[in-house]
Design a protein around this ligand. Structure first.
Ligand SMILES: CC(C)(COP(=O)(O)OP(=O)(O)OC[C@H]1O[C@@H](n2cnc3c(N)ncnc32)[C@H](O)[C@@H]1OP(=O)(O)O)[C@@H](O)C(=O)NCCC(=O)NCCS
Length: 167
């Protein structure tokens, strides 16, 4: 079943990205502290942020899901991304929030909305996630959602833990 956007949590709305989100999202992807454990690790250029958002829009059109814009409902502020991506290994959950918004349970809320979409309307059988071994906050978010730690893998050239959640 197609998703009905925005996905609504207590404090957050998740919706597909639009081109106008680039400036706000580059403030997130351009922050080396935020990006330390994401992908290859490290801040990206504005051109790379634009490519990422274009890829998310393309992924949304192709699969009906993608990494989505995470917005603080009270102010409408775009605070990061969270969502689902098709990988060679299966559908993977991910999330990246601007530093000012860390430590308030918002990644957990965003990730929970993604899981509900995956196992509800999208009817996916399982989700994967990887967290850099030096990123305990991300591992904690996954553990709180019930993801099972399947041990160490190398992802993006660095040791990660691989997590799985069955529907
Ligand atoms: C990882 C990230 C998404 C967490 O976002 P957040 O909104 O602060 O997360 P939450 O508040 O929902 O939950 C974080 C949990 O980790 C815990 N935590 C935070 N820092 C921690 C640390 N250094 N060691 C252990 N646990 C930690 C918190 O106490 C909380 O657990 P609790 O709910 O049991 O109290 C956020 O820091 C982020 O966007 N980082 C940069 C991008 C990133 O690394 N993304 C993940 C890639 S795999």
């Amino acid at each position: 079943m197609p998703l009905d956007f925005p996905l609504r949590g207590d404090r957050l709305d998740l919706r597909p990205f639009v081109e106008a989100d680039l400036e706000a999202m580059h403030r997130v992807y351009g922050d080396p502290e935020v990006m330390r454990h994401v992908g290859e690790g490290g801040a990206v250029t504005a051109e790379e942020s634009a490519r990422m958002l274009a890829a998310y829009r393309e992924h949304q059109a192709q699969h009906g899901f993608a990494f989505w814009a995470v917005c603080d409902r009270a102010t409408g502020t775009l605070i990061g991304d969270a969502g689902l991506e098709v990988t060679a290994d299966g559908v993977e959950l991910g999330y990246t929030l601007a530093r000012a918004w860390w430590g308030r349970g918002l990644a957990t809320e965003a990730a929970r909305l993604c899981v509900a979409a995956a196992f509800g309307p999208l009817e996916l059988p399982r989700l994967l996630a990887v967290a850099d071994v030096d990123n305990p906050a991300s591992a904690r978010v996954l553990a709180r959602l019930g993801f099972v730690d399947e041990g160490r893998v190398i992802a993006y050239g660095r040791p990660h833990r691989r997590f799985v959640l069955e529907r």
